[in-house]
Design a protein around this ligand. Structure first.
Ligand code: KIV
Ligand code: NA
Length: 269
C-alpha cells in the first residue's frame, strides 16, 4: 500500500511513478503494474468528457470517477484533482468539496492547482486530515490567462514558483506537481523543499514523473511535446471494432458456438 508517508521515504532513492486514470478498468491495470500514484485528473474533461478544457469539470463528475478508480485500486495512492472553482471561492465549500473526495469517493488525497490563494487552504485541509498535493507551473485551470505555455521562464517567474513551492511545503502539502517549467528550475525546487516533486514537462530531476494515461497508451489525438507515447491502444481498438463490424455485416458473428437452442421451442405457434 502506497501512503503519503511511504512516498516521502521513496523520494530521492527511487523515482516515484504517477499516471492518471479516470475509470475502473484503466485504474485496475495501472495499479496492477505497480504505479505509485493514480491521479484522477481533471484532464478527464479533455480525455474522457469531450470538453475543450478542464474548466467545465464538476465536483460530481470528479467524485464519480474518483469512486470508480478507488474501487479498482488496491495499492496505489489515489489522488482526486479538485475541479475549477471547487476550491478557493470560500473556505467552507472548499473544505466540503475536498472532504467529499475522501469521505464519499474514498480518495487518499486531493490535488489543488496552487497559487498564493491556496497556502492557507492547504494548511487547513492538512489540519483536518486531508492530504494535499500542490501543483505549480502551468496550471491548466488558468488557461484563459496563461494559455498552455511554459511557465517560470524568466527569473522573477521562476523565483515565484520556488517561493510558492516552499510556502506549500511549509503549509503541509505532501507532494508537489511541477508542470511545464524549465528543468533547471524544477531541479532547484526539488532541492529546496523536502517533499517529493512530481514533474510533467519539468525535466529529469524531479523525484517522480506524471503523464496523462491517454498519451502514454496512445489514445490521444495529439500528444504534448513533453510526453511520449509508449503504446498504440487506439489502433488496436480500431482493429477490434472494425473486425467486429465486418463480422456482423458478413454474417460471421454470432456463430453457432455463440448461440444456444432450447429443445421444444421451435414451434411457438
Ligand atoms: O489533470 C491532470 O491530468 C493533471 C496532471 C497532468 C498533473 O493535473
Ligand atoms: Na489537472
Amino acid at each position: 500500500m502506497v501512503t503519503v508517508r511511504a512516498l516521502r521515504s521513496k523520494a530521492g532513492n527511487e523515482p516515484i511513478t504517477m499516471l492518471t486514470a479516470y475509470d475502473a478498468s484503466t485504474a485496475h491495470i495501472v495499479d496492477d503494474v505497480g504505479i505509485d500514484i493514480i491521479l484522477v485528473g481533471d484532464s478527464m474533461g479533455n480525455t474522457e468528457l469531450g470538453y475543450e478544457s478542464t474548466l467545465p469539470v464538476t465536483v460530481e463528475e470528479m467524485q464519480s470517477r474518483t469512486g470508480a478508480v478507488a474501487r479498482a485500486t488496491d495499492d496505489a495512492l489515489v489522488v482526486a484533482d479538485m475541479p475549477f472553482l471547487s476550491f478557493g471561492v470560500d473556505e467552507a465549500s472548499s473544505i466540503e468539496h475536498c472532504g467529499r473526495m475522501l469521505k464519499e469517493a474514498n480518495a487518499d488525497a486531493v490535488k489543488l492547482e496552487s497559487g498564493p490563494h491556496t497556502v492557507e487552504l492547504t494548511e487547513q485541509l492538512v489540519q483536518l486530515g486531508i492530504p494535499v498535493m500542490a501543483h505549480l507551473g502551468l496550471t491548466p485551470q488558468r488557461v484563459k490567462q496563461l494559455g498552455y505555455s511554459r511557465q517560470g521562464t524568466d527569473r522573477d517567474a521562476a523565483r515565484e514558483i520556488l517561493e510558492l513551492a516552499e510556502a506549500h511545503a511549509d503549509a503541509g502539502a505532501f507532494s508537489l506537481v511541477l508542470e511545464h517549467v524549465p528543468a533547471n528550475v524544477a531541479k532547484q525546487v526539488t532541492e529546496a523543499i523536502d517533499i517529493p516533486t512530481i514533474g510533467i514537462g519539468a525535466g529529469p530531476d524531479c523525484d517522480g514523473q506524471v503523464l496523462v494515461v491517454d498519451d502514454v497508451i496512445g489514445m490521444s489525438d495529439r500528444v504534448p511535446p513533453f510526453a511520449t507515447q509508449f503504446g498504440d491502444v487506439k489502433s488496436e481498438m480500431e482493429k477490434a471494432v472494425g473486425a467486429y463490424k465486418e463480422a456482423v455485416e458478413d454474417g460471421e458473428f454470432p456463430a453457432k458456438e455463440h448461440s444456444h437452442v432450447e429443445d421444444d421451442l421451435d414451434e411457438l405457434y
